[in-house]
Design a protein around this ligand. Structure first.
Ligand code: M6R
Length: 612
């Protein structure tokens, strides 16, 4: 969380920094700030709230235009309220050092006590300000700025990425990384540093990924990278980014979220591309990345939020098609419970961003236990992608909306391929079922259904937007989808929603049902349909309102008096999950839109959760 950017070049830094921050706002938007060198001194400007508040302030400070070196930050609050005094950049005691920081300094309290005893005063409640003061202290007793910077970072525990600007060396930016993303953009007579590529993609496509325990000194026409420990110079590979800003723009849609939902047919197609081959008898899955994979005895899937839901969804399919016992765990729980893992257990870390701190920690834990780890990621070159033994990319393209949509769709597609791939190793009859063919047909089928789904969901949303609570019910593979439907609704509309396995309702949750508590029931045409139908009846018997998501070839009894029967196209039972997912995403989107919520940047959230 938090987005950081730095520029060192020949153009006015302020506009480059604010432009960069606009592409990082998905990482947090509680406050924003910049620091520049102006007439040899640091000039710092900050504002609480979104970047637009800072931009309004900067409009009146035109003198800032002269500085060609600077740093910027967009915050997701961890320590301290989202107020201006807690906004970054933070300054050292002597005002000569400004830093921007993403992450948490876990021992900041201890460091603060030490610095207070030395006479330091703090203006903010943040851990970042403590780090700025610590850097000042360490530099004062070091042979060089770089040395002092590194000494301070060595003393900071936790996960962080930090960029420093000092008026004592206004021609250099200092950057360091410890478990939070940080990359350098290499340009012509100008260099960049940022939390993510879109911050500088308009200026350069050449990127260097910093690793943990690395620091960088960035000048406008040179850069050097050192190990944090011994300050030994490191050779780094420059990567060339091939995707463009077009895929990271709204393209005329009112919100990224709706653009990304409607992109899903294309996303599924891209995810399948090159991963299916035709043999003389049939089409089958090929995952070249897994050619050297030893067939695992067990599979453990870890992830957070939507990616965890995708993992739960994949579990059903993988167990069914491959016979590999599969467990799914929330990464933040897994990492701290000393899990039993056998060395021949395969661990699959699912993450759109590839930077989620808990998922990354789960991956590292699995590696220490000798397990092979596959990263299932969207962001190319992300930490999980780099640290996993094997990476499977979901090919969804940049997902900007904080509410994840197309990422889950792509994860489900890739998990489907993985289930078939693992299945075909052991079970020659895996292709007797027309699942793969249904998957191949899915993009066109979904694309054809989208206009009607859009229209229906907008009408439905209007009717239910006054609700304060919602249940989402599903069974089997629809249970993880129910969890996801509820998460989507609560995160962007702020309506309380819970996903439940439909069969669990009678064990307690049904007590809440009355005519004001609607239920969204996933009654797809699979073997559990009759069971879900009974659960719907139980809700109706308590005067609950029900939206039932069904398919046009199922036998939902016409006398079932649900309030709304949303009929989706008929298709293969597993593939129906993609329709159900899209329907719930559209419903949440339209409810939030109707209520006038900030859809792409919901309150209290950030896209990439790089803190615990
Ligand atoms: O980048 P990741 O897939 O690792 O992110 C995990 C969660 O933070 C993420 O899915 C989150 O739950 C979404 N905002 C939900 O829409």
């Amino acid at each position: 969380m938090c987005g950081i950017v730095g520029y060192n070049g020949y153009k006015p830094a302020v506009s480059i920094l604010t432009e960069g921050l606009s592409h990082l706002e998905y990482r947090g938007y509680d406050s924003a700030g910049v620091a520049l060198i102006h007439e040899g001194k640091l000039a710092v400007h900050k504002a609480a709230g979104k970047l637009s508040a800072l931009e309004a302030k900067l409009d009146t400070a035109l003198h800032l235009q002269t500085g060609t070196t600077g740093i910027g930050h967009t915050r997701w609050a961890t320590h301290g309220l989202p107020e201006e005094r807690n906004a970054h950049p933070h300054l050292s005691q002597d005002g000569k050092i400004a830093i921007v920081h993403n992450g948490i300094i876990e021992n900041f309290q201890e460091l603060k006590t030490e610095l207070l005893a030395k006479g330091h005063h703090f203006i903010s409640d943040t851990d970042t300000e403590v780090l700025a003061h610590l850097i000042e202290e360490e530099i004062s007793s070091s042979s060089s700025i770089c040395d002092g910077f590194a000494k301070a970072l060595r003393r900071a525990h936790g996960a962080y990425a930090v960029v420093m600007l000092t008026s004592d060396r206004p021609d250099v930016l200092y950057a360091g990384r410890m478990s939070a993303p940080l990359l350098l953009g290499i340009g012509q007579n100008e260099n960049f540093v940022a939390s993510d590529v879109p911050a500088f993609l308009a200026h350069t496509r050449d990127v260097i990924f910093l690793e943990d325990y690395e620091i960088a000194c960035i000048e406008k026409d040179a850069w050097k990278i050192f190990s944090l420990d011994g300050l030994s110079p490191l050779e780094k590979k420059v990567h060339h980014i091939t995707w463009d800003m077009q895929s990271a723009s709204k393209d005329g849609f009112p919100h990224f979220m709706i653009k990304e939902i409607l992109e899903q047919p294309r996303v599924i197609k891209d995810c399948l591309a090159g991963r299916i081959i035709a043999t003389p008898d049939r089409r089958q899955v090929t995952l070249n990345e897994l050619n050297r994979l030893a067939f695992p005895s067990r599979l453990r899937i870890v992830g957070c939020g939507t990616s965890y839901h995708a993992g739960l969804w994949g579990q059903h399919l993988i167990e069914k098609l491959s016979g590999i016992p599969t467990a799914v765990e929330i990464a933040s729980e897994f990492r701290y419970r000393d899990p039993l893992l056998c060395p021949d257990e395969l661990v699959l870390a699912v993450s759109q961003s590839g930077e989620t701190a808990d998922t990354l920690a789960a991956l590292r834990l699995a590696k220490t236990k000798g397990c092979q780890v596959i990263g299932l990621c969207n962001v190319v070159g992300s930490s999980i992608a780099r640290e996993a033994d094997i990476v499977l990319y979901t090919q969804a393209g940049p997902e900007i909306s904080v509410a994840s949509t197309k990422a889950m769709c792509s994860q489900m597609t890739l998990l489907s391929l993985l289930a078939l791939f693992l299945g075909q190793e052991k079970n020659p009859s895996v292709y007797d079922d027309p699942f793969l063919e249904a998957l191949i047909a899915l993009p066109d089928q979904l694309s054809a259904a989208l206009p009607e789904m859009q229209e229906y969901s907008a009408r439905l949303a209007k009717r239910y937007s006054a609700a304060h609570n919602f249940y989402y019910l599903g069974r089997g593979q629809c249970y993880p989808l129910a969890l996801e439907g509820a998460l989507k609704l609560k995160e962007i509309s702020y309506i309380h929603a819970e996903g439940y396995p439909a069969g669990e309702m009678k064990h307690g949750p049904i007590a809440l049902i009355d005519h004001n508590f609607p239920t969204f029931a996933l009654a797809m045409n699979d073997i559990l349909f009759p069971k879900v139908e009974s659960n719907i009846q139980e809700v109706l018997a308590r005067q609950g309102q029900v939206i039932a998501l069904v398919q046009n070839n199922n036998s939902m009894r016409p006398d079932l008096p649900v309030d709304d029967l949303w009929v989706l196209p008929s298709c293969h039972p597993v593939v129906s999950s993609f329709f159900a997912l899209t329907a719930m995403q559209l419903f949440s989107y339209h409810v939030a839109d109707y209520l006038g919520k900030d859809i792409d940047q919901p309150r209290n959230l950030a896209k990439s959760v790089t803190v615990e």
